[in-house]
Design a protein around this ligand. Structure first.
Ligand code: OOG
Ligand code: NI
Length: 466
């Protein structure tokens, strides 16, 4: 079959993310309310901030604001991660980054499946934060064996989904009919199931070991546990959530509010308590409840270089050392004040972030630059070219996640009494073996992106640079 007959992976991703969004909205009505709030605030923000709007238009990002969302799933065994990589590859999503959450007391390690190249990100940036349970962190040996046995019996993909993944790999793509079937079949894996696969007693034992373990082990599949729209003003959404009947977690994770947003800020609202049925005597099973799913919003800023990230990590660690947010969040204001004060040390204008090489930028040639093409001083540095008005620099958006923030999101939805520190160390090698591939290095991707924009700009200006 010719490549033309295949549906582009970016299009399959769009079909899938929109189907997922419809499913989640039907399953979790509060998600619909959140989407409305985010959309209202984005409109207000765009109307009030012309610079922000112009920047988004220039970067071709305005159209993707309403599309932007991520989801998260938690897997139980290596084969699930292996096949999940193959499933996401059909939609042009590849594993980027390794996140060890065991250091924060959450017994998983994770990656993000996402589009990688600029074009694909622009078309549809949908990504899925994907965690693999680390059963070796269950201390009780009997319980660990029991959990393994339960997971050994489950198959989270439909036979048709597996068949279509195989066909996509073999033929290099899926035609229209296959792509549509694939989306329908793939969606099944992410659906919520109110029937547990275990008895209430087993659920409770696993739950006592860690709530997350019960969430992963006791159900038929890795239900999508949240979908996250992108907001242009997270403080406004956090503030207005209660007005629409949503109660957010105490603090916004990540950096403080700034003129030039960096990395990622996130907040979420508590998991919903859902009715479930455990395996039991009653024909329908034993009724009980489980909390799994929640809502989250994110605000994305500029991607940081290794130096920028080091500064960020250091400042954040010092804030968390100084103020630990209490379970009820009563000292959230102290945390926010401390965060704002300490982050004053992080330059907050794009020019300084760029010149000090703290963040990544996409360069393009200005009108003046195009007029001067061929007559530009060959020895001029990038900074000179920007100063001369020949090059323009726009922020490259951070497309990944932050481990400390992710741990905060996990914890707030698991109940804040769950803090535990595991002695077991992070293990990227084991994760990549389960995955069946290496994860891409996010910093290398941003650096390559910046460099490609420079190479293109130099070519337009008629100068050769190494
Ligand atoms: C994932 C939590 C992490 C984020 O946005 O950092 C996450 C989970 O709870 O499974 O989604
Ligand atoms: Ni999330």
């Amino acid at each position: 079959m010719s490549a033309d007959a295949f549906v582009h992976p970016d299009e399959i991703r769009s079909m899938f993310s929109s189907a997922m969004s419809d499913m989640y909205r039907a399953e979790v009505p509060q998600y619909g309310t959140l989407m409305e709030l985010v959309s209202d605030i984005n409109q207000e923000k765009l109307a009030a901030d012309a610079d922000l709007r112009d920047g988004l238009v220039h970067n071709d990002e305005l159209d993707r604001i309403d599309l932007e969302r991520h989801g998260a799933i938690r897997l139980g065994k290596p084969e699930e991660l292996f096949n999940m990589r193959r499933l996401f590859a059909v939609m042009g999503m590849h594993p980027v980054g390794y996140y060890d959450l065991s250091v924060a007391g959450v017994p998983v390690h994770s990656t993000a499946f996402r589009p990688i190249d600029d074009e694909a990100l622009r078309r549809n940036p949908f990504r899925v934060f994907t965690s693999l349970l680390r059963l070796e962190l269950i201390e009780d040996e009997d319980l660990r064996t029991e959990a393994e046995a339960i997971l050994a019996n489950r198959e989270i993909f439909t036979p048709n989904a597996l068949k279509l993944i195989y066909l996509a790999e073999k033929n290099g793509g899926l035609d229209r009919v296959q792509a549509e079937q694939f989306v329908t079949e793939a969606l099944e894996t992410f659906r919520w199931h109110s029937d547990a696969t275990v008895s209430l007693e087993t659920y409770q034992k696993l739950h006592d070991a860690h709530r997350l373990i019960a969430d992963v082990v006791c159900f038929k599949g890795p239900h999508i546990n949240h979908l996250t729209p992108r907001t242009l003003d997270i403080d406004a959404v956090q503030r207005d959530m209660p007005k629409r009947g949503i109660s957010p977690k105490a603090i916004v994770e990540g950096p403080p509010s700034r003129n030039c947003p960096i990395l990622l800020r996130q907040t979420s609202f508590k998991a919903l308590e859902e009715q479930v049925y455990f395996v039991g005597d009653h024909p329908k099973g034993t009724a009980g409840t489980h909390t799994a799913r929640f809502g989250e919003i994110e605000q994305r800023g500029i991607a940081l270089t290794a130096e920028g990230r080091k500064l960020y990590d250091g400042l954040l660690a010092s804030v968390r050392h100084a103020v630990q947010v209490s379970a009820g969040g009563s000292n959230a204001r102290d945390y926010e004040t401390e965060l704002a004060e300490r982050f004053a040390a992080f330059p907050d204008d794009y020019e300084t972030l760029r010149v000090e090489k703290l963040a990544f930028f996409r360069y393009s040639v200005t009108k003046a630059g195009k007029n001067a093409a061929g007559n530009v001083d060959l020895g001029a540095s990038v900074n000179d070219l920007v100063d001369q008005g020949y090059l323009r620099a726009d922020p490259i958006v951070y497309e990944d996640f932050l481990p400390v923030s992710a741990a905060g999101i996990f914890q707030s939805n698991l109940g804040s009494d769950e803090q535990k520190n595991y002695v077991e160390q992070s293990n990227q090698d084991v994760f990549e073996k389960c995955l069946g591939a290496a994860v891409a290095d996010e910093l290398a991707l941003y650096a390559a992106h910046q460099q490609a924009s420079l190479d293109q700009a130099f070519a337009v200006l008629g100068i050769q640079k190494n």
